[in-house]
Ligand binder design. Structure first.
Ligand code: NAD
Length: 467
């Protein structure tokens, strides 16, 4: 396994768990030294035990030495980064191609070079061309595309119980090796889709673009919910119960982010444009998502009385979603600077204490304690859906705040419980009472919406304070 990031380390450990003999190679000395000490360089639930178990069983080890470790292997997986080119939006393939070249130079027998990184159509064919020129004997290398669909925060379960395994392969020996790698899953009856190289590459981009579109869609529906007095959580439930639609990725929030959706939608859009194929739906999702960050900042400003100058804001969650320490293209990286620009002071708490936060958000002070984070704050903003937040003592948090108002951009908390805990207001996104509290504080009349079971007048009482 070349690369011990979120994908490489999880895939390496899971393949070892399936019984394979795995070496994970990285060029980052600190990562390999940490792994050798038994320390996991990323936050991923359950990964420490999985790695420890397979290391002690002798099926998993770590190394800095690529050339020495690819010899004699049936398959070498490339799981290195494919970041966006900031100018073109295209995927930067330099890490993949460099790794493929190093592998081809070192192999001494038939080896399948498997691209696990997310790469645009045509990349595996390029890897095949490049490696065939470098291997010692013709026919020593064959390529396979094996895109990964795991989600950070649930990566092990996603890998071990895959909806499908996609393998793009055009060489019979490589097909046998790859179906052998995943044989335990095939025996469990999991779906194995074997296709050509370009098809496998495109499945991954199409999947990520579709999920991004789904999130953008529900975010816009959430805006409409606020305008018409509907509740997006219930709309999503009604919508997602339709088996043709499905309930996943129908959670309204501050916009999508992370290490995949932003760069993959940009790369797909850029690649399609090269072929003269307009992907209007994907493009719209990218634009809607970019606009969403600004509208979240504007919403916070309105809720804080129209000005953030001198306001103290507490933020729960910095990572792009809960249960991960990944800050890449997190919505917080756009929204928080907008709040700072408007004059707010921001103190943040994230359970993973992401290493990148200090560098990426230098003006935001970080606190490991949630109550200290909220102390004297004029509002508490929930940016990330960390499940652990639900166990925090809301009463203590509300008591510590100057103005106990929660702006829950993930609809994570139960609003009634928040209000019962001493918050004067709890405003989510796309929730039925939100419209009265925010943006249009103008002449529009407040219409009392039908009461939901368990809802209380306290919600309405909170309204005039802001309007
Ligand atoms: P990452 O940045 O976390 O890890 C990449 C690792 O590769 C780094 O540790 C880096 O040091 C190492 N590396 C780079 N070049 C190397 C080389 N020549 N030799 C050895 N090591 C090298 O990246 P990631 O998040 O794991 O993503 C990897 C790929 O998987 C990307 O293409 C990404 O789009 C795709 N992917 C990511 C996810 C996810 O949730 N993170 C999910 C599915 C697919």
């Amino acid at each position: 396994m070349i690369g011990t990031g979120y994908v490489g380390l999880v895939t390496g450990a899971c393949l070892a768990e399936l019984g394979h003999d795995v070496v994970c190679v990285d060029k980052d000395r600190r990562k390999i030294e940490a792994l050798d000490r038994g320390s996991i360089p990323i936050y991923e639930p359950g990964l420490d035990e999985l790695v420890a178990r397979n290391v002690s069983a002798g099926r998993l080890r770590f190394s800095l030495d690529l050339a020495g470790n690819v010899k004699g292997r049936d398959a070498v997986f490339i799981a290195v980064g494919t970041p966006s080119n900031p100018e073109t939006g295209q995927a930067d393939l330099s890490y993949v191609l460099a790794a493929a070249a190093e592998v081809a130079d070192a192999i001494d027998q038939f080896t399948v070079i498997v691209t696990k990184s997310t790469v645009p159509t045509g990349t595996n064919r390029l890897v095949a061309e490049l490696t065939s020129q470098r291997v010692r004997a013709p026919g020593d290398a064959a390529v396979a595309s094996n895109p990964e669909f795991l989600r950070e925060g649930a990566a092990i379960a996603d890998f071990m119980k895959p909806d499908r395994i996609v393998i793009g392969v055009e060489d019979e020996r490589a097909r046998r090796v790859m179906t052998g790698v995943y044989d335990p899953f095939v025996r469990e009856g999991r779906r194995l889709i074997v296709t050509g190289l370009e098809t496998a590459e495109l499945v991954k981009y199409a999947a990520n673009a579709f999920l991004a579109v789904k999130v953008s869609f529900i975010n816009e529906v959430a805006d409409l919910c606020e305008a018409v007095g509907a509740d997006v959580d219930d709309v999503a439930q009604g919508l997602g119960s339709d088996t043709r639609i499905g309930s996943a990725f129908l959670e309204a929030g501050p916009g999508w982010g992370g290490s995949c959706f932003p760069k993959d939608t940009r790369a797909l859009d850029a690649a399609a444009r090269e072929y003269g194929i307009p992907l209007r739906v994907v493009r719209s999702s990218i634009e809607a998502n970019a606009a969403r960050k600004g509208s979240m900042a504007a919403r916070i400003e309105k809720l804080c009385g129209g000005s953030l100058a001198g306001k103290k804001l507490a933020v729960f969650g910095l990572t792009f979603k809960g249960q991960t320490d990944d800050m890449r293209e997190s919505p917080s990286l756009d929204v928080l600077p907008m709040l700072l620009e408007r004059g707010a002071q921001v103190r943040a708490h994230d359970p993973s204490m992401p290493a990148a936060a200090g560098r990426l958000l230098p003006q935001v002070s970080l606190d490991s304690d949630p109550v200290n984070t909220a102390r004297d704050a004029d509002a508490l903003i929930v940016m990330t859906d960390w499940k652990v937040f639900l166990g925090y003592d809301l009463r203590e948090i509300a008591r510590a705040m100057a103005d106990p108002m929660m702006i829950d951009l993930r609809n994570l908390f139960d609003r009634d419980e928040v209000l019962r805990s001493g918050f004067r207001a709890c405003v989510g996104v796309g929730r039925w009472n939100t419209q009265a509290v925010e943006l249009d504080a103008g002449p529009r009349e407040y219409r009392p919406f039908p009461r939901r079971r368990g809802s209380s007048d306290a919600i309405c009482v909170a309204v005039p304070a802001v309007a």
